[in-house]
Design a protein around this ligand. Structure first.
Ligand code: AHR
Length: 502
């Protein structure tokens, strides 16, 4: 099969905001406890954080982490997690039916983030709490000194503010599963008032309002419109969440799910722009896709665990073991986010460690990379610069949800600082390799800097405690003739081609 991608230096989508490679740490399962934090582990530092996990986080390259939830945040009292650890309360977490010890709170997470080289995307509780708590936490984290909350932070050991720039106004407030769930009008009002007070406390911050929990929610679209009716002028981003699964074991349909993500993004952009027109606003609202991933492998197991062992600390919930086909879909989803980077400025792979995560740990043991680690690592570390508008000529197939699914999903990014064009491509074809020509118009191609591919594995092959075979081959090759790069994309493959240009 043959394909051709044409890009031109002059035709661009936008610059990639590095926060598009965000991730997510929720007080859920073993993400914090036994994940990033395990005092007593042989690699734990003085604060109890695992150095082996931290070095995998650095390798993954995520620069931005949403915290502390998720569903958890809607019942969270952030003041439980400050002050001497021995005084911190043990609380029932009603979101996940587990026990929260509060050993890790904002000070510990801020210290960890600094060490890991990541920025915090902080969510506030608009479920069981309200506008007063929301403005107080901004003052606690960001005000320098001389006020009640900032001086309490200093007394608790942080002389300098945490300076958190991005804040989420609650989480999935339309979901009946959410503590303190609200109607769109109820949420719109409280979000607008919280936003005003949070920005009055620190005018430098940016705010994310909750969109629907997913596009299948019965109130999808009207929720967004009502929420924006109240919040449009007060917030900077609207959130989107989505999780996919291959429950029907239908590979073609599964790998086409990135088209579903693309439609979702385009739909939410349309609602934002409708509200812009309706309000005669000068402001363009962008998107924060602050939860996305594959999530289904662990569903049945989780139901059992929560019934058997409620109110347990670090219950191993949402521990999806990802396989090769999941890595291919994650690759397609990353490419989709990049293709929409003119409006998607923030995206968070949910989550980071153990909980539907690219990194897994064993208590007292090893940490390892899941299959999905690799496309994310490639994108986060190398997919920076300006996305070039891709024109792709490639045969397509049909599946139940879509009549035209291109066999190749692909994008090219020009990194001006490195004189490099980086191409990401997924070949969805299980039977045939795709001979792909990439015409880099307006560039002077001088060679191939690197070509890494993930291919040739059984679709269900996974990395586990005992086998870590699913990993990229860094020695793939591509040819250059004039301005055209030719690559042979193996059947079912994720590809990263780094092209040297002048
Ligand atoms: O990421 C897991 C959960 O999925 C989050 O807590 C919630 O926001 C979403 O439903």
């Amino acid at each position: 099969m043959k394909a051709k991608m044409t890009v031109n230096k002059a035709f661009t989508v936008d610059k990639v905001d590095p926060r598009i490679y965000g991730s997510f740490v929720e007080h859920l399962g073993r993400c914090v406890y036994e994940g990033i934090y395990e005092p007593g582990h042989k690699t734990a530092n003085a604060l109890g954080f695992r150095e082996d996990v931290k070095s995998l986080v650095k390798e993954l390259g995520t620069p931005f982490i949403r915290y502390p939830g998720g569903n958890f945040v809607s019942g969270y009292n952030w003041q439980d997690g400050i002050g001497p650890k021995e005084n911190r309360p043990r609380r029932l977490d009603l979101a996940w039916k587990t026990m929260e010890t509060n050993e890790v709170g904002i000070h510990e997470f801020a210290a960890w983030s600094k060490e890991a080289g990541t920025e915090i995307n902080m969510a506030v509780n608009l479920g069981t709490k309200g506008i007063d708590e929301a403005r107080n936490i901004v003052e606690y984290c960001n005000h320098k000194s001389g006020s009640y909350w900032s001086d309490l932070r200093r007394k608790n050991g942080a002389e300098e503010p945490f300076d958190i720039k991005t804040w989420c106004l609650g989480n999935e407030m339309d979901g009946p599963w959410q503590m303190g769930a609200k109607t769109a009008a109820e949420y719109g009002r409280i979000a607008a008032e919280a936003a005003k007070m949070m920005k009055w406390t620190d005018e430098r911050i940016e705010l994310v309002a909750c969109g629907s929990s997913n596009s299948e929610m019965p109130t999808f679209a009207s929720w967004e419109a009502t929420v924006l009716e109240h919040t449009y002028e007060h917030v900077d981003y609207l959130s989107l969440h989505v999780y996919y699964g291959n429950r029907a074991n239908d590979l073609k349909g599964y790998l086409a799910k990135s088209l579903n993500m693309d439609n979702f993004i385009k739909g939410v952009v349309a609602i934002c722009d409708y509200m812009k027109a309706k309000k005669r606003s000068k402001k363009k609202l962008n998107l924060s896709f602050d939860e996305w991933n594959v999530w289904y492998h662990s569903n049945a197991q989780d139901e059992k665990l929560r019934k058997q062992d409620p109110w347990t600390e670090a219950l191993p919930l949402l521990e999806d073991v990802y396989n090769f086909e999941d890595a291919l879909l994650v690759g397609c989803l990353l490419i989709t986010l990049l293709k929409n980077c003119d409006r998607v400025k923030i995206a968070c792979l949910a989550q980071l460690v153990n909980v539907i995560a690219p990194i897994m740990t064993e208590k007292g043991g090893d940490a390892w990379r899941q299959t999905t680690f690799y496309p994310f690592m490639h994108a986060a570390n190398h997919g920076l610069g300006t996305v070039l508008t891709p024109v792709i000529d490639v045969p397509s197939y049909s599946c139940e949800e879509f009549s035209e699914v291109p066999y190749v999903e692909s994008v090219a990014i020009f990194n001006e600082e490195k004189d490099e064009v980086v191409i990401f491509a997924v070949n969805r074809n299980a039977e045939e390799a795709v001979e792909m020509d990439i015409d880099l118009q307006g560039f002077n191609v001088t060679g191939i800097n690197a070509y890494s591919e993930l291919s040739g594995f059984n679709l269900k092959a996974a990395n586990t405690k005992s086998s870590r075979d699913v990993k990229p081959n860094d020695n793939a090759t591509a040819k250059v003739a004039g301005n055209t790069v030719s690559a042979n994309l193996a059947p079912l493959s994720w590809n990263m081609i780094k092209v040297a240009v002048k």
